[in-house]
Design a protein. Structure first.
Length: 282
């Protein structure tokens, strides 16, 4: 695996590869890699000729200082994992490389409705920060395919919207959520939980699954109210638990359909904010 710290060096390497018709896959991450990230690398290796992974903890997308300061970092181990996974290129830029001047952080993106709900509502400015870094990385790497995790469902829709506004075609591939045996969605933030807390955190997926199984049988509002009471008893502080249309995240009150919807949750456990979702496929 070749490691690049400077965009110019990476670009000249990729330019010559692209001239030879090589299909480039890109997996953006914030590091502290786990099997979920590695499954994206595996997908990219399967579907493209050259896989680029980036590790950059993007301060501007954190709306909470503590969340940023405590975000886990394990670059040495990440490099080993990426090498084992057969990743071709790691882009490891500095803050200055991504944001060379103050003006480069000022751009505003038209995200619209997606910025007003769920993660957008509870994390003001978050998706603006995500768009800033993703646009910058896409301009540097110019991938053919972009691999994203369904774990960040709303982020996938935001990035798809961003790409639709660019003048370049990039295929977005959304990869399914990798989970611990307990059902807990893998996340770098899980490193901030001890074993007991991780067991409790698995209740999020159990709750989503139970709601999914009861949709159409019981009223969603009742399912949601009961679930929040149970989660609060276990020590969670729930930001949201919502049912939405999977194609556009329009929030819905209830459904008698068993497809084309997604149930999404965000909750704090021990000051660690966790998100998860289950998709009921189109
Ligand atoms: P992050 O490092 O958290 O920014 O995540 C980088 C990418 O990995 C994003 O596209 C995430 O959605 C994806 N990802 C994170 N957790 C998982 C998981 N448990 N399973 C699959 N993909 C994931």
């Amino acid at each position: 695996m070749i490691i690049f710290k400077h965009s110019k060096d990476l670009q000249s390497h990729l330019n010559s590869a692209m001239h030879q018709g090589v299909l480039v896959g890109f997996v953006p991450t914030m590091g502290a890699l786990h099997e979920g990230h590695l499954s994206l690398i595996a997908q990219s290796k399967k579907k493209t000729d050259l896989t680029v992974c980036s590790i950059f903890v993007n301060a501007v997308q954190f709306n909470n200082v503590e969340d940023f300061e405590k975000y886990p970092s394990s670059v040495e181990n990440d490099i080993l994992l990426l090498e084992e996974a057969g990743c071709d290129i790691l882009f490891l830029p500095s803050e200055n490389e991504i944001y060379p001047d103050a003006a480069s952080k000022n751009k505003q993106f038209e995200i619209g409705y997606l910025e007003s709900i769920l993660e957008g509502a509870f994390r003001p400015g978050h998706f603006q920060g995500v768009c800033l870094v993703v646009e910058r990385l896409l301009n540097i790497i110019k991938p053919d395919c972009l691999f994203l995790g369904q774990k960040d469902y709303q982020q996938c829709l935001v990035i798809k919207k961003l790409i639709s506004q660019l003048d370049r075609k990039i295929k977005v591939i959304i990869c399914s959520i990798l989970r611990e045996k307990s059902g807990l969605a893998m996340s770098s933030r899980n490193l901030r939980l001890n074993e007991e807390q991780k067991n409790i955190a698995a209740s999020l997926f159990k709750t989503l699954t139970s709601i999914k199984n009861n949709l159409g049988l019981k009223n969603f509002h009742q399912l949601k109210t009961d679930a929040i009471i149970q989660l609060e008893k276990k020590g969670f502080r729930v930001d949201y638990l919502e049912l939405a249309k999977s194609k556009n995240l329009k929030i819905i009150e209830d459904t008698d359909k068993t497809k084309g919807v997604v149930i999404l949750i965000a909750a704090f456990l021990n000051n660690v904010r966790l998100i998860d979702n289950v998709l009921i496929k189109d």
